[in-house]
Design a protein around this ligand. Structure first.
Ligand SMILES: NC(=O)c1ccc[n+]([C@@H]2O[C@H](COP(=O)([O-])OP(=O)(O)OC[C@H]3O[C@@H](n4cnc5c(N)ncnc54)[C@H](O)[C@@H]3O)[C@@H](O)[C@H]2O)c1
Length: 257
């Protein structure tokens, strides 16, 4: 795919799936604004220029849950790049939390998960939509999860609820923005080993549990960041111009609980 001339903002770019998305778009010619709350890690991406990469990466620290910070960072990036036409909201996840019975979940556990996954998607999209409308073109893609379509393997209520909330946001926003040439979709990954949290979760299943998980995936393997990056590239491409308000499960065919 060729994304020359495209300006893509990726949130949550400093790790696993986000980094892979940044690199894939940059390799396909896009100018990519890589953002993350982890300032040093995301800054390092800017200097990493794999062979054959035709695009460019600029990086900036941004906490997607901080309204003023998002407005400042997105505004500066739009000025620097002359606009942004594609958003891929990757920032999210379980923030290192583990399952607790609902009666023990504190608001201090619940809110941060909602803030990064759902409020962040709203704040960043809200900043970018006026420019997209003015240009009559835009692509908004959220990283939801199988957890938003069925029961979450993590057991974390706020995570399942926020990921399902992203699906509602995508449907509603796609409906609102379609007339302006802006599509809004979500990719819902199955389980991937991308960070210490998912490594721990995987280890906790033990050998037999891991075999069982693989057995429930028709493709008989866990996902890789590239599997997810490729799905976002499809939604971002011109090939997907008539696809909006949709959620694509990228999970090796794993059935939802
Ligand atoms: N790994 C999986 O198995 C899996 C499965 C389904 C969905 N997902 C979703 O895919 C996305 C990426 O997953 P991952 O496994 O690469 O996660 P990750 O934890 O490795 O990366 C998430 C990134 O978001 C950043 N982040 C956290 N809070 C932030 C904030 N407030 N502002 C800006 N950035 C912030 C983190 O620093 C990190 O770089 C998440 O939304 C996750 O929910 C992952």
């Amino acid at each position: 795919m060729n994304f020359e001339g495209r300006r893509v903002l990726v949130t949550g770019a400093a790790h696993g799936i986000g980094t892979c998305i940044v690199q894939n778009f940059a390799a396909a010619g896009a100018v990519v604004a890589a953002t993350d709350i982890l300032a040093d890690k995301v800054a390092a991406l800017q200097n990493d220029r794999p062979e054959g990469q035709t695009g460019r990466i600029v990086s900036r620290a941004m906490d997607v849950a901080d309204e003023a910070g998002v407005e400042a960072a997105v505004g500066a990036l739009q000025d620097e790049l002359g606009g942004i036409d594609t958003l891929i909201h990757v920032a999210g996840g379980t923030l290192g939390q583990v399952h607790a019975p609902v009666e023990e979940v504190r608001l201090e556990d619940w809110d941060p998960i909602f803030n990064v996954n759902l409020r962040g998607a709203f704040l960043v999209a809200r900043c970018l939509v006026p420019g997209m409308k003015a240009r009559g073109f835009g692509r908004i893609i959220l990283l939801s999860s199988g957890a938003g379509l069925g029961v979450s393997m993590t057991g974390i209520q706020a995570y399942a609820a926020a990921k399902a909330g992203q699906v509602g946001f995508v449907r509603q926003l796609g409906h609102e923005l379609g007339p302006y040439g802006i599509t809004v979709n979500a990719v819902a990954p199955g389980f991937l080993l991308t960070n210490p949290g998912s490594d721990l979760q995987w280890a906790s299943y033990g050998e037999d549990g891991q075999k069982q998980v693989i057995q429930q995936i028709p493709r008989r393997r866990l996902g890789k960041p590239e599997d997810i990056a490729h799905a976002t590239m499809f939604f971002a491409s011109d090939l997907a111009d008539w696809i909006t308000c949709q959620v694509l499960s990228v999970s090796g065919g794993q059935a939802k609980a």
